[in-house]
Ligand binder design. Structure first.
Ligand code: AMP
Ligand code: MG
Length: 323
C-alpha cells in the first residue's frame, strides 16, 4: 500500500485536500489526521471492516476500544445516550481534550467499542479534524496513529515513521498543541463519575464544573478501560525516572524535563514549563531513539497543576511502572 501525505493548513484546511481524505474514509480506508492532543488514525466508526483495519495497522489488541470523534454534541447524541452531566460537559468544554464514556446506541459496531456496551465520544479542538469529520458524514473512530505501545505521534513525520505502507493517507497539519491524549471520563453512573485516564484536560476544571470529585477506578478498572492494561507510549530504549541520587553513567544517556540536573548527559532537552514538557514528551522519546542513547531519563513532574497528572501517567507507563 502506498501512503500519501499531504500538507494542510491546520487552521484553514484546504477544502480539496479534506475532500480527498474524506473520500478515503467513506470508502473504508485509513486516514491519519491531526487533533489538538496527538495524531489520530481514523476510519469510518460505523463500518466494521474499516475499523478492523485500524487494529491491523497498529497491531492493537481488539478488546481495546476506540474513541469516536464527532463534530458536535448533537453528533455525539446520535451515538451514545447522553445524560445531564455529559450534555453539560459537552456544552461547556467541547471542542476539547475530553472524552466521555456513555451507554452505546446499538448501531455502533462491536469492534469499534471493543465488545463493550459503552462507547467513548469526543469532539476534537482542531479545525482540520472537524472538517474531516464533517466532510466524511460519519463519526471517525481514531486511536493514536502509532504502532501499538509506541509513543504517540505529535507530528506527521512521526506518523509516517510508524505507518508508511500501512495506511492510505496522512493529513500533515504540523505539530500538535497539547501532546498527550485526551482525559477519559466514564459518566455511565452519574452518582460516581470516574476518571479512566488523565490527559489533556485537568481533573480540577472538570470537577469544578460537575461540582463533585471524580473517582479513581477500582480494581475492575481494567475491565472498564481496557486500554489502560497495556504498556504504552514507550520508545525502544529504556525510560527511567530521574532521581538526584541516580548513580549512573550519564554520558550515553539522554535527559528530558523542566529542571536541569547539571549532570553530564549525552543529550538534554529542557522545556520552559510543564505544558511544553507534555507537548514535547513523545517527540523527545522519538528524537532520543533516533540518536541511539542508552537510556532516557525523565523528570517526574511533581506539580499538581494543569497537565501534570496526565504527564505523570504517560511517564509512568513509558517507564513501565504500573499503577
Ligand atoms: P487511544 O485511542 O489509544 O487514545 O485509547 C482510547 C482510550 O479510551 C483507551 O484507554 C480505551 O480503553 C478508552 N476507551 C475507549 N472506549 C471506551 C469505553 N467504551 N469504555 C471505557 N474506556 C474506553
Ligand atoms: Mg494510543
Amino acid at each position: 500500500m502506498i501512503t500519501i501525505m499531504r500538507k494542510v493548513s491546520t487552521f484553514n484546511p484546504e477544502r480539496k485536500i479534506i475532500n480527498e481524505a474524506a473520500k478515503i474514509i467513506t470508502s473504508g480506508g485509513l486516514v491519519a489526521f491531526p487533533t489538538e492532543t496527538v495524531y489520530g488514525l481514523g476510519a469510518d466508526a460505523l463500518n466494521p471492516d474499516a475499523v478492523r483495519k485500524i487494529y491491523a495497522a497498529k497491531g492493537r489488541p481488539s478488546d481495546n476500544p476506540l474513541i469516536l470523534h464527532v463534530h458536535s454534541p448533537e453528533h455525539a447524541a446520535q451515538l451514545v445516550h447522553m445524560n445531564a452531566q455529559a450534555e453539560r460537559l459537552a456544552k461547556i468544554f467541547w471542542p476539547a481534550p475530553l472524552t466521555l464514556v456513555l451507554p452505546a446506541k446499538p448501531h455502533i459496531p462491536l469492534i469499534t467499542r471493543g465488545g463493550l456496551d459503552t462507547a467513548a465520544v469526543r469532539m476534537p479542538d482542531n479545525p482540520t479534524a472537524l472538517a474531516l469529520i464533517e466532510a466524511s458524514h460519519t463519526p471517525i473512530a481514531a486511536p493514536s496513529a502509532n504502532i501499538s505501545g509506541r509513543p504517540s505521534p505529535t507530528d506527521a513525520q512521526s506518523v509516517f515513521a510508524d505507518m508508511d505502507g500501512r495506511i492510505d493517507f496522512i493529513l500533515d497539519g504540523g505539530s500538535v498543541d497539547i501532546g498527550i491524549e485526551s482525559t477519559v471520563i466514564d459518566l455511565t453512573n452519574h452518582e460516581k463519575p470516574l476518571m479512566l485516564r488523565p490527559g489533556g484536560m485537568s481533573r480540577e476544571i472538570i470537577e469544578n464544573e460537575l461540582g463533585l470529585t471524580l473517582s479513581v477506578p477500582g480494581t475492575d478498572s481494567a475491565k472498564r478501560s481496557p486500554g489502560t492494561r497495556y504498556r504504552h507510549y514507550a520508545p525502544s530504549i529504556p525510560v527511567r525516572i530521574w532521581h538526584e541520587e541516580s548513580d549512573i553513567d550519564t554520558h550515553t544517556a539522554g535527559y528530558m524535563g523542566v529542571h536541569d540536573t547539571h549532570k553530564n548527559f549525552g543529550d538534554v532537552v529542557l522545556f520552559d514549563d510543564f505544558a511544553n514538557y507534555a507537548r514535547g514528551l513523545f517527540a523527545g522519546f522519538r528524537k532520543f531513539e533516533r540518536e541511539g542513547v542508552s537510556c532516557i531519563f525523565v523528570e517526574w513532574p511533581e506539580s499538581n497543576s494543569g497537565i501534570c497528572e496526565g504527564l505523570r501517567d504517560r511517564i509512568k507507563r513509558a517507564a513501565g511502572c504500573y499503577v
